[in-house]
Design a binder for this molecule. Structure first.
Ligand SMILES: [Zn+2]
Length: 63
């Protein structure tokens, strides 16, 4: 897979803050694809769905 910048995107486990459903979420040790040139992080659809479900669960618990 290639990044828009022309760099090569490789699979990594990442821990970082991302924006999801309009909220900041800190994710730890999840699968992502990271560009070795510009550092852009890509998540696959399945991972995003999983994260969204976790986020919804957290909102319910908080309410
Ligand atoms: Zn890039």
């Amino acid at each position: 897979m290639k990044c828009d910048c022309g760099g090569t995107v490789k699979k990594h486990k990442v821990s970082k803050e991302i924006s999801l459903a309009g909220q900041k979420v800190f994710v730890q040790n999840i699968d992502a694809s990271v560009c070795d040139k510009c550092g852009e992080t890509y998540f696959d659809g399945e991972t995003l769905i999983k994260l969204e479900k976790q986020l919804q669960k957290r909102e319910k618990q908080a309410a």
